[in-house]
Design a protein around this ligand. Sequence first.
Ligand code: ACM
Length: 268
Amino acid sequence: MKDVITIACGQFQPVFGDTTANLLKVKDFVEQAAANLIIFPELCASGYEFKGHRELQALALAPDSSEIRCLKEIARDFRTHIVLGLPERNSGKVYNSSILIEPSGKTTIYRKIHLFDREKRLFEPGNAEPSVVRTEIGRLGMMICFDWIFPEVVRILALKGAQIICHPANLVLQFCQRAMFARSVENGVFTATCNRVGAESRAGRTLNFTGASQILSNRGATLAQASDEKEEVIKAEIRPAEADNKMITTLNDVIGDRRIDYYKSLIV
Ligand code: ACM
């Protein structure tokens, strides 16, 4: 495993319905970032605000689609790990998913378990506990946007050994970046939240996305932060193994000191 790696977020404004244009932007940012790991926004292959199920079905991508094959070629050619949000078609259902693509072509899918607002009417909710992927650059966990408000998601990933949390997002509220500071500190993990920018006026409403993508250290330090409005790549160099040290003082272990005997009402 590498000691030091570069991670990046590719913050951009997807063109609704134009998967080809969006994947060209992904390729362009992968090249620009020259990072070991790059995270892109939630649903950035398609755009966010679907008018209804028919439109969602038409833009959803199957894991064996030509678009995913094209992303595998990009990950191989640039020897990078890509995490990106997409509407994922599987057995007639559509999930709000993120895909991790390793340079070897290995892929892992995470399906958003906490759907936000109108997503509940459109997507099938995720159907599996978040899992951790061992890669040549460290142990990676994925979550998507509104999962941030449920501290259980990062805690489960940290308990499973995640060092870096990859967090594609399409944020419209203002709380997430500050909340992710707590997720990083309370679990001792690196977090990379990649938000989108711009507005979408569709389905009778306008959504304004808040940018400010960020990479936080395992101690909550801001290593890189994007602007609120611009398309841009942000980058940071990290040592993933630092996330294995859970001691916040010489006597306090944020994972090992949990008093689980007194947490039983959490499991209801
Ligand atoms: C969100 O989960 N897209 C806010």
